[in-house]
Design a binder for this molecule. Structure first.
Ligand SMILES: Cc1cc2nc3c(=O)[nH]c(=O)nc-3n(C[C@H](O)[C@H](O)[C@H](O)COP(=O)(O)OP(=O)(O)OC[C@H]3O[C@@H](n4cnc5c(N)ncnc54)[C@H](O)[C@@H]3O)c2cc1C
Length: 307
């Protein structure tokens, strides 16, 4: 049971909380950084250090993921509170439809709202471990567009981000079908699209241009994950379907025995990738930092962002 009263923050939380639509409407570049709630107290300490090191780059917000199957339900909100109170940064709480009835989803949203959270990354979520595919909870929701509708209905002031897939969602029958599902999600009330990680900018530009043609007026923010370990990124891309360009894959393959070299290749690639995206006018960059600061610091320093 979530206790909304125990989550009541200081009044100052509400004054400083910036909503996603306000960030991109200023025309200023919006850097955002994604973290996940650690599973151990050592992980918590390490994440606090990471946030200390990345806060000087003045991210427009830091988002905290929602563990598969709702495993971090309270922790996501607690981390968002800490991001706002401890580091003075706006936070975005990720939230999924997994495992919740409509009433339970509203209860969690109320808990997050009472805790001072004003931005939600509204997601359907993946199937919990051991379940082959996503199944709607009885009395719950099927797709992220329904969650967007629920948030708009019950918390009309909430800023809402949604996920977009320049290389299509892995289970979608085609790019076109997935794209139309995204369009529906935006028309339902999303304020911005944050993309799945990708390494081939041409795929992002095609995706962004198609969305611009729909004249929906929402910012499309590219999601960038710096490669620091080839084996890890192979595992991640196998799940999310992002393609690693063959030239990059062969360079990483050649450095298979040398983790430092892999990280240098990954950072160099991410810098070039972000430079091109910024030159092409993206409204921001959403950095998947995997709770580590070093690669992000190198990238942000090279790009001259924030400092
Ligand atoms: C920026 C970002 C952050 C993420 N954060 C998290 C997180 O914190 N926790 C987590 O568990 N996962 C997270 N994910 C992963 C996400 O939950 C999965 O990719 C999930 O499989 C789909 O979520 P979605 O919100 O994109 O779903 P949806 O938009 O609902 O799409 C899911 C699938 O259904 C199809 N579809 C959508 N709407 C309809 C409809 N109305 N009718 C028929 N088909 C439809 C789509 O084409 C797609 O194939 C994140 C992904 C991104 C890109």
């Amino acid at each position: 049971m979530l206790d909304a009263d125990s989550a009541q923050p200081e009044e100052s939380f509400f004054e400083m909380t910036v909503r996603i639509p306000d960030i991109y409407s200023t025309g200023q570049f919006g850097l955002s950084i994604e973290i996940f709630p650690p599973k151990t107290s050592e992980g918590d300490d390490s994440l606090r250090q990471t946030l200390c090191e990345l806060a000087p780059f003045k991210p427009a917000f830091v988002s905290c993921t929602y563990g598969a199957g709702g495993s971090t339900s309270k922790r996501t909100v607690e981390w968002c509170q800490e991001i706002q109170s401890g580091y003075g940064l706006p936070a975005t709480a990720h939230f999924t439809c997994v495992g919740g009835t409509r009433e339970q989803l509203v209860e969690w949203l109320q808990y997050a709202w009472s805790a001072g959270i004003r931005n939600i990354m509204a997601l359907r979520g993946d199937a919990p471990v051991g379940q082959a595919e996503f199944r709607r909870t009885e009395g719950g929701l099927n797709y992220a567009n329904e969650l967007v509708a629920l948030i708009r209905e019950r918390f009309p002031e909430m800023g809402i981000g949604v996920a977009g897939y320049p290389e299509k969602h892995p289970t979608a029958p085609s790019f076109e079908v997935d794209f139309q599902n995204l369009v529906r999600k935006i028309k339902t009330g999303a304020d911005a699209v944050f993309t799945q990680l990708f390494f081939d900018n041409s795929r992002f530009f095609r995706f962004r241009d198609l969305l611009q043609r729909e004249r929906l007026g929402v910012p499309v923010v590219p999601g960038i994950m710096p490669i620091t370990e080839f084996a890890r990124i192979q595992r991640i891309t196998a799940m999310c379907g992002a393609v690693i360009p063959s030239s990059l894959a062969s360079r990483l393959e050649a450095a298979k025995q040398d983790k430092l070299a892999q990280s240098e290749i990954g950072v160099e690639f991410a810098i070039a990738q972000c430079r091109e995206l910024i030159d092409q006018g993206v409204p921001g960059i959403h950095l998947y930092c995997l709770n580590k600061s070093q690669a992000c610091q190198w990238i942000l320093e090279a790009l001259g962002l924030g400092l």
